[in-house]
Design a protein around this ligand. Sequence first.
Ligand code: ZN
Length: 407
Amino acid sequence: MKTSTLREYAKLIAVKGVNVQKGQEVWITAQLDQPKFVEMLVKECYAAGAKRVSVDWQHDPLTVLHSKYMTQSAMNELPNWQVEKMKYQAEILPARIYLDSEDPDGLKYAKQDKIAQEKIAKYPIRKPYIDSMDNKYQWCIAAVAGKEWAKKVFPNERVSSAVEKLWEAILYTSRADSTPIQNWERHNKDLHSKCDRLNSLGLKYLEYKSSNGTDLRVELLENAQFLAGSEKTLQGVEFNPNIPSEEVFTTPKAGAAEGVVYSTKPLSYQGALIENFHIEFKNGKVAKVYAEKNQQLLQQMISMDEGAKMLGECALVPQNSPINNSGILFYNTLFDENASCHLALGRGFSNCIKDYGKYTQKDFDEMGVNNSMIHVDFMLGCDDLDIVGITKSGKRIQIFRNGNWAF
Ligand code: ZN
């Protein structure tokens, strides 16, 4: 990919993605195989006025080794220096950038049980910091073409051409192949007008139906709104949490979903793929799961905590979107979730609540914003998906017809 195009993309992430403020710190999480792009991004962050840019490097093979050789109790410990780091971040609120380039199968040989236990053990220590930072800093997830990822998406290509093709796909679907900043200004306008329309309807339920067996009713929260595209921190700084982003989403009422939902794309969870699965909800919680591949991992996912069995997101994405039209299965949630209507199990979004700055975490819990250590999207969009919205007075309004917006 041309360096000038990548520079523009890095600038998009720094300026529109996290919208680095003068004098703000920036924290980047990236895979070890992306030194060149990270260098470009760091430069753009400084150009935007960053005070200090820190990078946390990750390397899946090391995660695999740690999970193999460390004892469970060592894994479960959170050393003091890591707690201090979290404390520091909670205090100074750096902008956070997460660069996705990892191999979708990169953690296939990791000890998934041990990693799940580790997450459960550390969560109570991390939670107060996570809660205290909620909605107070800008963050952005964006993608970079990694070699293993590219080979997974384009298995018949040589490595170099697979990487080039993945770059093309990332930049096209991220609306970053030319004039990215202008594209995103226009795109945000479109998305915000969709939200306004939905928010004016006063919906109480969404009903999903498709011929593959999906038949699900989800209750919405009375004071929750649909959001899309750019968001604002409590301090009023605008940022784009996902590049790409096609979804219009809200946080549903936790523990108020009934019926069954069939996934339409594989789910990448902790470096492994869960395939051809469906989930049954009873009394608002997952009652049963079935997966052709990696059922046990899915079972483990919904057992992480109480919130993992309840919904935390309803997202509407038309089948007619750049990602879906590209015809590429990315094996990466950032892309696949933006190709298709999806739901998420786990943590909900408190910033969907009207005037969310007025409430505490406890208020959100009581309102029915789901709380969990996980937030995992899974796709249910397909060409004959119908979604009907039901208002408080029982009026039925067609929201999606045959996989696309009905209005
Ligand atoms: Zn989503």
